[in-house]
Design a protein around this ligand. Structure first.
Ligand code: NAI
Length: 483
């Protein structure tokens, strides 16, 4: 069996070498095809951070084991990590956080065990990175939450929870505020839950979830979340079990899967051979199990747990009164402990059942469409315009433009209604939303909207527009605050 390996940037090559040495010492029957990805590939002029050969190899082999890769902050190139996850539709990001003996935390000292799996949607949300400056003062990010994308990851989470023997699965969300986006994700969660009556399915608003995770982490089992919220909450969970050095992650797709640590390139300690390789090793063990190398995975994991119990530690954790070891020495200690059983309970050594990776060749992109229901009708339009005038002045000019088809319903600024009613205490920015409604009962046409666009554009700079749809008698848009 052959997999693709990308060593990554910063501490990536050091921790990858340590992990592959452990695999080699355990005589795992795996071949590696090393691929070119990361910051240095950007620097060579490949704008997506990987060479075409790397992409072809990964698509052929179906498994990528990767070290962390650097993303320049702010303007410029996109994260190669996110590009890889999105390009290959690795829609479920599974992150496991467990108490480890030898890794002291406030919870381990208090005897509170932690075993939480976060399943984070991995493709959508603000990670689409679809952003525009609407005016010099106003940036807009488009946050896509889709029904097929949500169903895909939520189904994975339920299936995984059942296999894990979980008692509870929780959806973390902010549907009280983001009623359409997070509301859609939450609806999908309860739709899928109906098929898994053996699991206790419930939901928590993300801020409450964050607080409860810190106060009583042992009450949670599997938590499924949208992308950004899941990213933040999973780093919080990493903190509960001893930090980023112990947080593995698997990006699971139907055709290609990527295994990597949660942490980044740790530029502050790169090149010193002092990084903790545990998170990458745990990610590698998840990969081995995914590939059917169950016996090897258990032997290595038991050796790792035994090593941690012995108090062997790198500089980022453990008993500071005892000297720390470097990355290579840590890996060697694990190798020396093959065959040992940890006191905290050994992982069962099931026989290997290596999978034949049935990488399926795709001829075209898969289109995921859910069934549409009910009558569709365009009932209005939101025009986002640039203006530094007061709302009343804008309304006065707009009222001339509605013609016989439209009336100006309201004006909002940053989502808060400022006309026809509002408050003088609402601060304004130079970007308004003018909401026009159709006057007649029948659906508006796109030509009607273009007609209004043309007349309005004589008076205002239009930054963008959105149609106001009614689907099956329900509004497919949100109301302004105070509307
Ligand atoms: P980071 O995770 O690299 O570092 C945060 C802190 O944790 C640092 O103090 C670092 O020394 C420490 N740390 C991280 N991993 C460690 C390990 N294995 N052993 C010991 N200490 C460790 O996060 P940061 O500094 O925000 O990001 C650095 C770069 O990594 C950025 O370019 C970022 O975009 C990239 N990154 C890449 C990821 C990936 O490849 N999946 C994930 C997160 C960040």
């Amino acid at each position: 069996m052959k997999i693709a390996v990308a060593k990554g940037d910063g501490i990536g090559p050091e921790i990858m070498e340590a992990v592959l040495n452990i695999f080699k010492a355990n005589q795992i029957d795996l071949d590696y095809s090393f691929v070119d990805m990361g910051k240095w590939v950007f620097d060579k002029g490949f704008s997506n951070g990987m060479t075409p050969e790397a992409q072809a190899t990964i698509e052929e082999l179906g498994i990528l084991f990767k070290g962390p890769m650097e993303t320049p902050k702010g303007k410029g190139v996109k994260s190669v990590n996110v590009t890889a996850r999105k390009t290959w539709n690795t829609y479920a990001n599974k992150r496991v956080f467990q108490t480890l003996h030898g890794v002291d935390t406030v919870f381990s000292k208090a005897g509170i065990p932690i075993d939480i799996t976060i399943v984070r949607e991995n493709i959508e949300d603000t990670y689409g990175g679809i952003e525009h400056m609407l005016t010099h003062d106003v940036a807009l990010s488009r946050r896509f939450i889709t029904r097929p994308g949500s169903m895909q990851v939520i189904r994975y989470a339920f299936e995984m929870a059942r296999k894990k023997g979980a008692r509870r699965i929780t959806c973390g969300h902010k549907a009280n505020i983001m009623k359409l986006t997070d509301g859609l994700f939450l609806d999908c969660f309860y739709e899928v839950a109906k098929e898994y009556t053996d699991l206790k399915a419930d939901d928590k608003i993300v801020d409450d979830l964050a607080m409860q995770l810190v106060v009583r982490p042992d009450q949670f089992d599997v938590v499924v979340m949208t992308n950004l919220q899941g990213d933040i909450i999973s780093d919080l969970c990493a903190g509960l079990v001893g930090g980023l050095g112990f947080a593995p992650s698997a990006n699971i797709g139907d055709h290609i899967s990527i295994f990597e640590a949660v942490h980044g390139t740790a530029p502050d300690i790169a090149g010193k051979n002092i990084a903790n390789p545990t998170a990458l090793l745990l990610s590698g063990l998840a990969m081995l199990r995914h590939l059917g190398f169950r016996e090897n995975a258990a032997t290595i994991e038991n050796a790792l747990l035994y090593t941690l119990e012995q108090g062997v530690h790198t500089g980022d954790f453990g008993d500071r009164s005892k000297p720390s070891v470097n990355t290579t020495q840590f890996a060697d200690a694990i190798i020396a402990n093959f065959g040992k059983q940890p006191a905290q309970g050994a992982k069962p050594t099931l026989a290997n059942e290596p999978e034949t990776l049935a990488v399926c060749r795709l001829e075209q992109n898969a289109m995921m469409v859910s069934t549409e229901e009910g009558e569709e009708k365009i009932v209005g339009v939101d025009f986002f315009i640039e203006s530094s005038e007061q709302p009343e002045a804008i309304a006065k000019r707009c009222l001339l433009h509605g013609g016989t088809k439209f009336k100006l319903l309201n004006i909002s600024n940053r989502g808060t209604q400022v006309w026809p009613t509002g408050s003088k205490y609402t601060n304004l920015v130079n970007q308004y939303n003018l909401r026009f409604e159709g006057l007649a009962d029948e659906s508006l046409t796109q030509q009607d909207i273009i007609g209004l666009y043309v007349t309005l554009s004589a008076d205002f700079k239009i930054c963008s527009l959105e149609l106001l749809n009614m689907w099956g008698g329900k509004k497919a848009y949100s109301l302004a605050q105070g509307q």
